[in-house]
Design a protein around this ligand. Structure first.
Ligand code: UDP
Length: 392
């Protein structure tokens, strides 16, 4: 592409830093600035945006205070009156955003969250710019899915799906879709010696094995099943510790306490560490023996790729996009969701076989190099921009 840089507005309504925002920051960090000029459009109270600013990205708090952004997906209800209210609020907010976006002289709009797909999508449509939806969710038969389908018909986005499983949730007659897997930084997630100081900080018993889950603390990530499995793991290997890394969403702050209580009831509390949100995920993974993610439905699971990049074997559920990442028996073990005994057996099998852990770990990093390198992701996204930005 020759000529001036293309201005791209990324729209993300999240207040907190989740996987979608980590992926967006990875993209912003690697975007070819000679060709593209990124601009992040966000809500006023989003502290994570500071990380984009540190990358030299212009950040604009142009998403208003509309109630629409606070609404959780499961609060989007059926029913004529609520539908009408939400539609009216969405329209109002999209109109307001349109006039803001008009001033920015954009070439393309890239939306990163469900509400941004709808509100930002309408605004992009009204200013007549190409639109990319970065679809990162698996929507069940819920009202939000219908909202997205209706909006999609109107604003005609090109949809980046983060896995085949996500793509399969789109209507079959939706042709403008590209599967682009999330990538990870192979420099940041690079195997290293475990830190003795960190082991001490976490109170890990000398010589004991470590299981780790990294994720938001939210029911569908499967912590309950993992705690139940932990009881069976401890019965065989009493020196095992479970690291539960991550924090609960702000609207679900009590969940940590609930999990701690459950761990107490199951008799696994002493062998479990709730670390809260951590910045040092690679170091935590470096002292891990087996990585676990027992989600009930996982659109992708960046953390699995991160663990594989750190040469860890993975035990995860065969749901959503996970089987596209983890090769059964080669880079990890896939189990059905909600089955603590099967989960425990898979973990125990790996805990008892160091050779298998090492083999799976090595193959895991190779697989990440081949398919889930952040540079590859960015290259594919940029290729898509170039296709969409070709003058008609
Ligand atoms: N993460 C982190 N610290 C934590 C918990 C999570 O840095 O304490 C990061 C994690 O490394 C990953 C992202 O948050 O990059 C979570 O992404 P994933 O796709 O696994 O989950 P999502 O939140 O999108 O469901």
């Amino acid at each position: 592409m020759t000529g001036p840089r293309q201005r791209i507005a990324y729209i993300d309504h999240a207040q907190e830093l989740g996987g979608a925002e980590h992926s967006l920051l990875d993209l912003l960090a690697r975007l070819d600035r000679d060709r593209f000029e990124p601009l992040l459009v966000h809500c006023a109270d989003a502290a994570w945006v500071e990380k984009a600013r540190e990358l030299g990205v212009q950040c604009e708090a142009l998403l208003g205070m509309s109630e629409i952004y606070r609404l959780r997906r499961d609060e989007i209800q059926r029913g004529l009156w609520r539908n009408f209210q939400h539609a009216a609020l969405t329209y109002q907010e999209a109109r307001r955003l349109t006039s803001e976006l008009r001033k920015l002289e954009l070439d393309l709009v890239h939306t990163n969250t469900l509400k941004a797909h709808v509100v930002g999508g309408l605004a992009a449509h009204w200013i007549g710019r190409p639109l990319v939806w970065h679809l990162r969710d698996i929507l069940g038969p819920e009202p939000a899915r219908e909202v997205l389908r209706v909006a999609g018909r109107r604003v005609r986005p090109h949809v980046i799906c983060i896995s085949r499983a996500v793509a399969e949730t789109l209507p079959a007659d939706e042709p403008r879709r590209t599967i682009i897997y999330n990538g990870t930084s192979l420099e940041r997630f690079c195997p290293r010696q475990p830190s003795a100081a960190l082991r001490e900080e976490l109170g890990l018993p000398t010589g004991g094995r470590v299981l780790t889950i990294v994720s938001r603390l939210t029911p569908w990530k499967g912590h309950v099943v993992l705690l139940r499995a932990m009881r069976q793991v401890l019965a065989r290997h009493s020196d095992t510790t479970l690291l539960i890394v991550g924090e609960a969403a702000f609207w679900n702050a009590d969940y940590v306490g609930e999990l701690e209580d459950l761990a107490g009831e199951l008799g696994v509390r002493e062998a479990t560490r709730f670390t809260g949100y951590r910045q040092d995920i690679p170091d935590l993974l470096a002292l891990t023996d087996v990585f676990v993610l027992p989600s009930t439905d996982e659109p992708f699971g960046r953390v699995i790729v991160e663990a594989m990049a750190m040469e860890l074997p993975v035990v995860a559920t065969a749901t959503g996009g996970v089987p596209e990442i983890v090769k059964q028996g080669e880079t990890g073990l896939l189990v059905p969701p909600e089955e603590p005994t099967v989960l425990a057996e898979a973990i125990i099998r790996l805990l008892e076989d160091g050779e298998l852990r090492r083999e799976m770990g090595t193959r895991g990093r190779e697989r990440v190099l081949a398919h889930f390198d952040a540079r590859r992701t960015v290259r594919q996204v940029q290729e898509l921009y170039e296709r969409l930005l070709v003058p008609a």
